[in-house]
Design a protein around this ligand. Structure first.
Ligand SMILES: [Zn+2]
Ligand SMILES: [Zn+2]
Length: 131
């Protein structure tokens, strides 16, 4: 499987050759700000399957601590990926162009969700992180 993704303005594009790892949605207050949304929607990529196709020079990085960071388009602001020790670790599902054939398998930190956020019935959820 080959998946592609891009930012809102379309300058930054990437491809992934292979399946995505587990997808999850974290509702904690930090992830809400990182994703500018009610929760994160994120999946890990297998090492070696991810490649930037265009616009890599427009990427800006923000590292919230020494190991984990984020890369986003400096032109339109879309957050495209998460990094671990400077390497792409996973992608934001919102920037994908195709159906990745996976679903968000778990909703975590629902105990600290925003008051206006409604978690759907029937999903796997954890008040905090999974065991
Ligand atoms: Zn952009
Ligand atoms: Zn979180």
């Amino acid at each position: 499987m080959t998946l592609t993704g891009e930012c809102f303005c379309g300058e930054v594009t990437y491809k992934i050759d292979g399946q995505l790892g587990d997808a999850r949605s974290c509702h904690c207050s930090r992830c809400r700000k990182v994703f500018s949304s009610q929760a994160s929607a994120y999946a890990e990529v297998e090492p070696g399957t991810f490649q930037w196709l265009s616009g890599e020079n427009l990427l800006t990085s923000y590292e919230s601590n020494q190991e984990f960071g984020l890369q986003f388009c400096s032109r339109c602001g879309s957050t495209l990926c998460g990094t671990y020790r400077g390497k792409v670790h996973g992608i934001t599902l919102g920037c994908l162009n195709e159906d990745p054939q996976i679903e968000i398998g778990m909703h975590i930190y629902t105990g600290s969700k925003a008051a206006w956020d409604v978690i759907p019935d029937g999903v796997t959820r954890f008040e905090e992180g999974p065991e």
